[in-house]
Ligand binder design. Structure first.
Ligand SMILES: Nc1ncnc2c1ncn2[C@@H]1O[C@H](COP(=O)(O)OP(=O)(O)OP(=O)(O)O)[C@@H](O)[C@H]1O
Ligand SMILES: [Mg+2]
Length: 314
């Protein structure tokens, strides 16, 4: 169950209720006196709107036991690039520095650079904050993006392994040729090795089912069902199991009128399909509320429906 996990990723198609669900999960944990951190990795943040507070790039206190972070991909990218540059200082000859910086700046403008930087921050948060927080909740960007982010450690490892191997060969050659068989010191090799260790540490956490949980939010409609099915399959290929589904915006039983009863008929079909397709997952249903979940009271109401997933057993 989700309540036992320390790190929780909330995913799903655009607009289904990921941010609202993440906020509700985080609020429930915080109210159980668990030190909780909620992080938005979506470039179109709205955690700040939900909690009516400006959430920073660094930890911002939202209430007792609850902190939030909105990762700013552009800022993160700059920070990342600066770090790469400073890592290289002393490694390249000074007359080369300008050229190397120019190349790095060019690389930082390519697509995927912001994503890589965002991912780097995400990794640091998981590694550093899991020591301090009982619960870390990630409100992720719509499905495709999330999957790529979560499967990156695997891809990165393959890539870094290749680099390390090549570097090792070069070093061996130098050792033979220049150093009379003495191993050469190589800071670049060390940086690569450090990154590899960091990725591996995160992979270990993300794949540890005792530690990390995944919840997908969907609405009882055709496209969210298809997309969720696809996402769950893809993640499974990377050994990530999505065990929880939050079926949001279900038309409540007390909704009246012919229009709504027709919609309810159609919805019934989709709810049955969800039960059939996702027969292995824990599922909870959250009704469509009369208004958007934009006040703290509305969030509290919304949270009560989240209880089966996150409430302590009595
Ligand atoms: N059960 C509900 N009843 C009524 N309104 C809801 C419900 N769940 C979510 N909403 C509203 O639907 C809108 C979308 O929700 P939310 O922002 O949580 O979705 P999201 O999946 O995070 O979207 P995005 O993909 O844009 O990040 C918000 O205005 C929210 O208040
Ligand atoms: Mg959102």
């Amino acid at each position: 169950m989700l309540k036992d996990k320390q790190v929780i990723f909330v995913g799903g198609k655009g607009g289904v209720g990921k941010s609202t669900s993440s906020a509700a999960i985080a609020l429930t944990f915080a109210n159980q006196n668990l030190k909780t951190l909620i992080i938005s990795t979506d470039p179109a943040h709205n955690l700040g709107d939900i909690f009516h507070k400006k959430i920073n790039h660094d930890k911002t206190k939202l209430q007792d036991n609850l902190w939030g972070i909105e990762i700013d991909a552009a800022k993160e990218s700059k920070r990342y690039i600066d770090e790469v540059k400073s890592n290289l200082e002393g490694l390249v000859k000074s007359r080369m520095v300008e050229e190397v910086h120019r190349q790095i700046d060019m690389a930082s403008a390519t697509p995927g650079a912001e994503e890589a930087a965002l991912f780097d921050r995400l990794i640091s948060i998981i590694i550093d904050e899991s020591k301090e927080f009982d619960k870390i909740i990630f409100d992720t960007a719509p499905t495709g993006h999330t999957i790529r982010l979560l499967t990156l450690p695997e891809l990165m490892n393959v890539w870094i392994d290749g680099m390390i191997e090549r570097r090792q060969k070069t070093n061996e050659n130098y050792t033979q040729l220049l150093n009379d068989g003495e191993p050469v010191e190589d800071p670049i090799y060390e940086i690569l090795q450090k990154r590899k260790n960091k990725f591996e540490a995160v992979r270990k956490i993300v794949l540890d089912q005792k530690l990390t949980g995944f919840a997908f939010v969907l609405n009882p409609e055709r496209l969210p069902i298809l997309e969720t099915e696809h996402a769950i399959k893809q993640l499974k290929q990377h050994d990530i199991l999505v065990e929880n589904l939050i079926i949001n915006k279900v038309i409540p039983s007390h909704a009246d009128g012919t229009f709504l009863s027709q919609r309810k008929e159609q919805e019934k079909k989709y709810l049955q399909e969800i039960d059939k397709v996702f027969n292995k997952q824990n599922k909870i249903r959250i009704p469509l509320l009369e208004e958007d979940v934009s006040s703290f009271d509305a969030l509290k109401t919304f949270s009560t429906y989240m209880e089966p997933l996150v409430e302590e057993e009595l």
